[in-house]
Design a protein around this ligand. Structure first.
Ligand code: SAH
Ligand code: SF4
Ligand code: F3S
Length: 446
């Protein structure tokens, strides 16, 4: 039996794609293996920042060196994901060990392309963005962990000045409601209790078969399915927020009190230059409306520091927004110029050391905010969804409704258990919980 390994380097959608590729290869009778024993290695790449994209080439070098050392045959290397889409056959020129290059909208053809490669064809590149979506051509979902991803919307029409996603993933497109519900049903049957709806602009989702059915209605439909205990979604764009989506947070008990709403910068001047299509006041207003619907909402964001032309004053506005909003957590990145994007062409690029220094200051502010958020959770009681064992024997780690990692001391638990805990201590990255009862706090669902 031929064996494969799939490795993901990107966002949650990239992880979802990797799972679906693995399912497609398994459906062809291939087995999984560790990378060192695999006949086929799929590298599912990310192009968002320079460092992420460079990982591909070091990874290919490592695989080739290992097979030389072991004196064995080089495994077949397939490069998929966003670097595949962006660089195409350039990858074959730069990394001779790569056999196939397959884009994010073409990976349902991976098994067929591997067969062509096995039959002797070389230089296979498939970057098609077909009108018909890949989803209908993939095998049904396999058994999965208690917490799973489900892509409902893909692509981006926003064209932020710094970002490659509109080029690597293509235009915004939504999957039909009935296809999403069918996939959710299969996931629940396979053991899932928590579903995270994914999209590059997830809240731009609209049923292609019914324009009146928006993202709020989708959340309602998925949450109503038997077996769905917890619902999450990511990533939302501020411009696509609707009243039904805000109301969902007040009305759907399965919807977790958590919102990832990236703002990128606190400066109106930088937001305009980034083409984010909203200003700071608009964002504050959204946050206030969400909090009115769900006062305990955990809000998180992404930030970019050192965008071309960013002044110390602009950066101070970003620190200000972190202070004002009280984020539960946030990702922050140094601006990375990407070929083909408008911001990369600008002449007012910042020095690397300015970016590093601002990143360090921002990260300190975010840590302080996360610690404050976690501290105010102490004293609360909540359910945690058990995910994995902790560092020490007898410990398990689960997720709170606010997506905090909570460590509990109890031997007899397993992944997927929902257990009620008192939150007793907080650090910047996790909390300690004490189990109240191992009764799951379900909303009366089977
Ligand atoms: N669709 C999502 C984000 C997708 S990319 C949104 O609009 O928020 C994830 C994050 O990577 C972005 O939020 C941004 O903070 C960061 N990012 C994107 N392009 C970048 C670049 N060129 N340099 C640094 N960070 C970048
Ligand atoms: Fe990139 Fe902006 Fe689209 Fe997000 S909204 S994927 S940051 S272009
Ligand atoms: Fe990276 Fe593509 Fe996701 S560029 S962040 S893998 S959409």
């Amino acid at each position: 039996m031929r064996k494969f390994a799939v490795k993901s380097f990107g966002c949650q959608m990239n992880v979802y794609d990797a799972e679906r590729m693995a399912e497609a290869l398994a459906a062809e009778g291939m087995g999984t293996a560790d990378e060192a024993d695999a006949d086929v290695i799929v590298l599912n790449t990310c192009h968002i920042r320079e460092k992420a994209a460079e990982k591909l080439y070091s990874e290919v070098g490592r695989i080739a060196a290992r097979s030389r050392e072991q004196g064995g045959r080089k495994p077949v290397i397939a490069v998929t994901g966003c670097v595949a889409q962006a660089e195409g056959d350039e990858i074959l020129r730069r990394a001779g060990a790569v056999d196939l290059v397959v884009g994010p909208q073409a990976y349902h053809r991976l098994p067929a392309l591997l067969k062509r490669q096995a039959a002797g064809e070389t230089g296979i590149v498939d970057l098609d963005m077909p009108a018909e979506s890949k989803f209908g051509k993939l095998p049904p979902r396999a058994r999965r962990a208690p917490s799973v991803f489900l892509t409902v919307q893909e692509g981006c029409d926003k064209f932020c000045a710094f970002c490659v996603v509109p080029y690597t993933r293509g235009a915004e497109s939504s999957r039909p409601l009935r296809a999403i519900l069918a996939e959710a049903e299969a996931l629940v049957e396979g053991g899932a209790r928590e579903i995270t709806l994914l999209g590059q602009n997830v809240n731009a989702w609209r049923d292609p078969e019914d324009a009146a059915c928006d993202f709020g209605a989708l959340m309602r439909a998925v949450a109503a399915m038997p077996g769905v205990e917890r619902l999450r979604y990511t990533t939302s764009h501020p411009r696509d927020v609707t009243e039904t989506m805000i109301r969902a947070h007040a009305e759907i008990p399965e919807l977790m009190p958590y919102l990832h709403l990236p703002v990128q910068s606190g400066s109106d001047r930088v937001l305009a230059a980034m083409n984010r299509k909203h200003d700071r006041a608009f964002y504050y207003d959204l946050v206030a409306r969400f909090r009115a619907a769900r006062p305990d909402l955990a809000i998180t964001s992404d930030f970019i520091v050192g965008f071309p032309g960013e002044t110390e004053e602009d950066f101070a506005a970003t620190l200000g927004i972190v202070e004002d909003i009280g984020y539960a957590q946030a990702f922050s990145f140094k601006y990375s110029p990407r070929i083909g994007t408008p911001a990369a062409e600008r002449e007012d690029q910042l020095d690397e050391d300015v970016k590093s220094e601002r990143l360090a200051r921002l990260q300190a502010a975010i840590s302080a905010s996360a610690l404050a958020f976690n501290r105010q959770s102490v004293g609360r009681q909540c359910d945690i969804l058990i995910e994995r064992r902790g560092r020490h024997p007898g410990q398990w780690i689960g997720k709170s409704p606010w997506l905090q990692s909570v460590v509990v001391e109890q031997e007899s638990l397993s992944p997927g258990d929902l257990v009620r805990v008192d939150l007793v201590r907080a650090g910047p990255n996790s909390l300690e919980g004490r189990i109240v009862t191992a009764e799951s706090g379900k909303h009366g669902k089977a």
